[in-house]
Ligand binder design. Structure first.
Ligand code: HAM
Length: 416
């Protein structure tokens, strides 16, 4: 016998009833996006490799070791998207969505792919709720985007979490900071191999190193905040003061750099309690220079992505569970089955979810099927019921039964 084919490591099936929780999160996000004036984009899952290499940065873990990259049949190098921001910007520039006045507010949901070592909260195919606001450098927009993120997390009842904020400054601040950091690192012994290389190519990336020893060294490293130019410092202070004004609790995290190179000025992450090592449920920031990096006009922008897989791990299990109104119609004999089939369609027209079995099973078998399908009530219809014009209505949780006149049945069931 041939062996069974299984899902690829790090990729998983999300099955019912768990999918109901996913829908609840996505619906909550869509409602919040609409409230803040965002519209949806649906983008390809595959892009030219160059798009990610140029935007995320060659020295990042994502580009240097985590991308699913392959040649297509023409030999073009393609990549399964590891994140959505680069694709959103590509689509915005390609479709000229940046034209016209006002901030362009866009969101997109869907799977991302990174070849990371799978573990709790870390998958090779994972899902993001991605938000991007393009066309303004105003600190009000930074605050608004963070408020929107917090609104979504509140709507899905995320428990204890921390919002970490930092400013990465503009390219000028970053240049000076990198020099300062480079100098500091050159005086230190024992950096890991990656960091020894990055110390020269892109010292900011050293701050993101996961090695315990490097982390120890970095405890005394200079911080970006001390290198901000006056404009960036004012921008950052305004963002923080707006967050305070709207009651958002944040923690300044002077060493937060994020894992992608395109950020400037505001950067933030939300970490949730109870997730272990992979505790970031969302991350984002400004990427003012990215549009130009991709050959477009100046287009200051900011956004975030929520990691749905991780978020769902910490949300209450009852999330998305609406009142169960499902009816199962247990019919015995052809005449009753025929009647039940009509009733089923009437119920659905009334918005009542219902199911029946089309086979010729015993009442006992049909009742256990009703249980398995999670019906709240079962209607029993047989020859006797058709004769008397009354059906038996059984409440599955308690076993209580009552007789209901067939003519009133749709109305009674719709009101349950
Ligand atoms: P990121 O921090 O790389 O940012 O990813 C955002 C979130 O995606 C993370 O906080 C985490 O919850 C989730 N995530 C990332 N990798 C995995 C994984 N392997 N398994 C499960 N969840 C994961 C970005 O992707 C940026 N594009 C966010 C952004 C949008 N910045 C501006 N606009």
């Amino acid at each position: 016998m041939a062996g069974k084919i299984k899902a690829i490591r790090g990729m998983r099936d999300i099955l019912p009833p768990e999918t109901g929780r996913w829908q609840a999160v996505e619906n909550a996000a869509r409602e919040a996006f609409a409230l803040y004036g965002y519209r949806e984009l649906r983008l390809p899952l595959i892009e030219r490799t160059e798009l990610f290499a140029r935007s995320i940065g060659a020295d990042t873990d994502i580009v240097s070791k985590e991308m699913y990259t392959f040649p297509d049949r023409h030999g073009d190098s393609l990549t399964l998207r590891p994140e959505a921001t680069a694709s959103v910007l590509r689509a915005v520039l390609e479709n000229r969505l940046d034209q016209g006045a006002g901030v362009k507010k866009l969101y997109t949901l869907g799977p991302m792919f990174r070849y990371e070592r799978p573990q709790k909260g870390r998958y090779r195919q994972f899902h993001q709720i991605n938000c991007e606001a393009l066309g303004s450098d105003a600190p009000e927009l930074d605050a608004e985007v963070i408020l929107l993120l917090m609104e979504i997390l509140k709507r899905v009842q995320l428990g204890t979490s921390r919002l970490l904020v930092n400013s990465l400054g503009c390219p000028e601040c970053q240049k000076k900071f990198k020099e300062g950091l480079s100098l500091f690192l050159s005086q230190k012994q024992g950096l890991c191999e990656d960091c020894l290389r990055r110390r020269v190519t892109n010292p900011l990336r050293v701050l993101d190193c996961k090695s315990v020893h490097c982390k120890e060294i970095l405890k005394d490293a200079p911080v970006l905040k001390d290198y901000l130019c006056p404009d960036c410092a004012v921008h950052y202070a305004r963002v923080l003061s707006l967050l305070s004004r709207f009651g958002v609790t944040y923690e300044e995290q002077p060493r937060l750099v994020r894992g992608l190179d395109y950020y400037s000025r505001t950067a933030f992450e939300v970490v949730a309690v109870g997730l272990g090592a992979q505790d970031a449920v969302a991350g984002g920031g400004r990427y003012n220079g990215l549009a130009q990096e991709l050959g477009g006009p100046e287009l200051p922008a900011i956004g975030f992505a929520i990691g749905e897989d991780r978020l769902l791990e910490v949300l209450p299990p009852e999330l998305g569970q609406e009142k169960n109104r499902k009816i199962f119609l247990a019919a015995l004999g052809p005449a009753a089955r025929d009647q039940a089939f009509s009733l089923l369609q009437t119920l659905r027209r009334e918005g009542v979810p219902g199911e029946m079995d089309f086979g010729e099973r015993s009442l006992k078998a049909q009742m256990s099927l009703a249980d398995r399908l999670g019906a709240a009530y079962t209607v029993i219809l047989g020859d006797r019921e058709l004769e008397t014009g009354k059906a038996t209505l059984r409440r599955m949780a308690t076993g209580d039964q009552q007789e209901v006149s067939l003519s009133l049945l749709p109305m009674v069931l719709a009101g349950l």
